[in-house]
Design a binder for this molecule. Structure first.
Ligand code: ZN
Length: 552
């Protein structure tokens, strides 16, 4: 039974903030995968009366399809045994239903099914080492339903560091353009600029933005400026995506603010900001405190800055990051098992399982800081919802997070249970009465991230948009409502019907191929010949099914 070419979603209450619809009852019409103005009488119809209609969710920062994810799956076989995942009951389809494994890092098939089952239809993997891009494409090929793309890790790669040291900013830009095209990536990701390279070559991690990397004189500041300007000069749809230096350390809000100020006036996205918003506290300033208010004051006042939160949710998580030195510290302090992978010429990778507990003071502080970032945001268009899956918690916890944002009573109830030791003086403990509206939830989960990613056909329901639509039963239990949409349409195909996943078409790859000066190729070939174990001609990913998108 194939999905109909046309569909009408009739009589739902529509939240489409990009088009100014804040809870208006109207029909959404779909033809050949796009939103259209009208469909003929007799078109198959979904009855959405008294239900909430939104564009499909867009996850701007997740870890779902990468070599690093696969290392994490292999690190934790105990998670797989604990939670068998049977194949869903799909209608006969061109792709057979697949069983899989669950836990904090589900297998590829399960990841696609579960995202779609939450009403999410677009997902970006936020950290892919260029040389491992092939692996990411293959995992995305096996991740059904969602459209997927990824951000390419730069900023600790030796070729770039050489250009920064030589002041060759134009060549750095051409290199960035080439590597996005060669890997099939979508945006530039910087993780702990310079710090990974310092640590993996035996120096200490870099924790301040003007600390030089070895004897080179290259600083995090210079790396940040070079790549931020590269992304903006290339008019990439998404600006540089920055994981700041000094993640997870008390007092790191100072580093975060300095980083934002260093890029003042330039378009830049700061990711999992929650992990970068700690003040010092306690006696002798050795403890931790929330600095969310200070950081949000800057974010609110600077429209070129956007962020995603990286909310911590209590329960099991897996920390997985290119930030090798931080993962080493977490392993050393928690005593939990650990993977470290240094990636030749490019970056690092560390993985440590973690559990966020209500009764642990630092977990409680992290939970509170994330909520403060949301609740102090003056412009939700620039504050995207993420848990940095699976770092702060699984994407399956998004419905519970949405409830915390929409329901102060639920939030206060949980606040009473958490360890209050580090919360003195925090905005949340002082009482934040804000409750997100459905319109604001639609902004932080789809309209905003789509806009920040420059995805013109996603995150809204205007004519010509991709027909990615989620219909939620209008329930009073917010978490339940967002956990189990009644209908999900992906690219015009009804994938969830009556709350059941029924179809699993392949998603599209969202990638770019920005233009660049061909002169950079000669230089890169020399670099690969001298230092790489992979030959230059073997490096680019070939044979991708979907063509690159228009740039900008
Ligand atoms: Zn991340």
């Amino acid at each position: 039974m194939s999905a109909p070419e046309r569909l009408r979603i009739a009589g739902g209450t529509v939240y489409d903030p990009a088009n100014g619809l804040d809870g208006e009852v109207r029909d959404i019409c779909i033809e050949r995968g796009r939103i259209v103005a009208e469909v003929p009488a007799g078109t198959p119809t979904v009855d959405a009366r008294r239900m909430v209609v939104m564009p499909g969710g867009v996850d701007i920062h997740s870890h779902v399809a990468s070599s690093a994810c696969n290392h994490a799956r292999r690190l934790m076989p105990e998670e797989h045994g604990a939670e068998p995942v049977p194949a869903p009951d799909l209608v006969p389809d061109e792709r057979p239903a697949r069983s899989g494994t669950g836990g904090t890092l589900p297998s590829t098939f399960t990841t696609g099914y579960r995202y779609a089952g939450l009403g999410y239809t677009t997902v970006f993997d936020a950290a892919v080492a260029p040389i491992m891009a092939r692996h990411t494409h293959e995992e995305f090929d096996d991740t059904p339903i969602v459209d997927g793309g990824f951000f390419v890790l730069l900023g600790n790669d030796e070729y770039l560091l050489r250009q920064v040291e030589a002041g060759e900013r134009a060549r750095a830009r051409d290199y960035a353009a080439w590597i996005i095209g060669a890997t099939g990536g979508y945006a530039i990701k910087i993780v702990n600029p310079g710090g990974i390279q310092a640590w993996k070559s035996g120096q200490r991690n870099l924790t301040e933005i003007d600390q030089p990397l070895g004897s080179s004189g290259v600083t995090p500041r210079a790396i940040l400026e070079t790549l931020t300007d590269a992304a903006n000069d290339l008019k990439l749809p998404h600006p540089v995506h920055i994981h700041c230096n000094n993640l997870g350390a008390p007092g790191n809000a100072a580093t975060t603010l300095e980083t934002m100020q260093a890029l003042d006036g330039r378009r830049a996205h700061f990711t999992h900001l929650q992990f970068h918003c700690y003040g010092k506290g306690g006696e002798q300033g050795r403890g931790w405190s929330s600095a969310a208010d200070r950081i949000m004051e800057y974010v609110n006042a600077n429209p070129t800055v956007s962020v995603d939160v990286g909310q911590v949710m209590f329960g099991p998580a897996t920390t997985i990051s290119a930030d090798g030195p931080i993962e080493y510290l977490l392993h050393a302090s928690s005593g939990r098992k650990w993977v470290n992978v240094d990636v030749e010429l490019e970056t690092g990778c560390g993985i440590v399982p973690h559990t966020f507990q209500e009764q642990a003071s630092i977990s409680a502080l992290q939970w509170a800081v994330g909520l403060e970032l949301f609740l102090l945001a003056a412009d939700p268009w620039r504050v995207a919802l993420s848990t940095d899956h699976p770092n702060g918690g699984s994407f399956l916890s998004y419905p519970a997070l949405i409830q915390l944002l929409m329901d102060r009573a639920a939030r206060d109830e949980q606040l009473k249970r958490v360890n209050p030791k580090l919360l003195a003086g925090s905005a949340l403990a002082d009482g934040l009465s804000r409750e997100y509206t459905l319109n604001e939830i639609a902004i932080v989960t789809r309209a905003g991230p789509a806009r920040l990613l420059g995805l013109r056909h996603k995150g809204h329901l205007g004519i010509g948009a991709d027909a990615d639509v989620t219909v939620y039963a209008g329930e009073r239990d917010i978490a339940r409502m967002f956990a189990a949409p009644r209908y999900v349409v992906k690219g015009g195909v009804l994938v969830v019907e009556e709350g059941q996943l029924r179809r699993a078409p392949a998603g599209r790859r969202l990638r770019l191929s920005p233009g660049h000066d061909p002169g950079v190729i000669r230089d890169l070939r020399r670099h690969f010949d001298s230092y790489g174990t992979v030959a230059f001609d073997n490096f680019p990913v070939r044979g991708l099914r979907d063509a690159p998108m228009e740039n900008g």
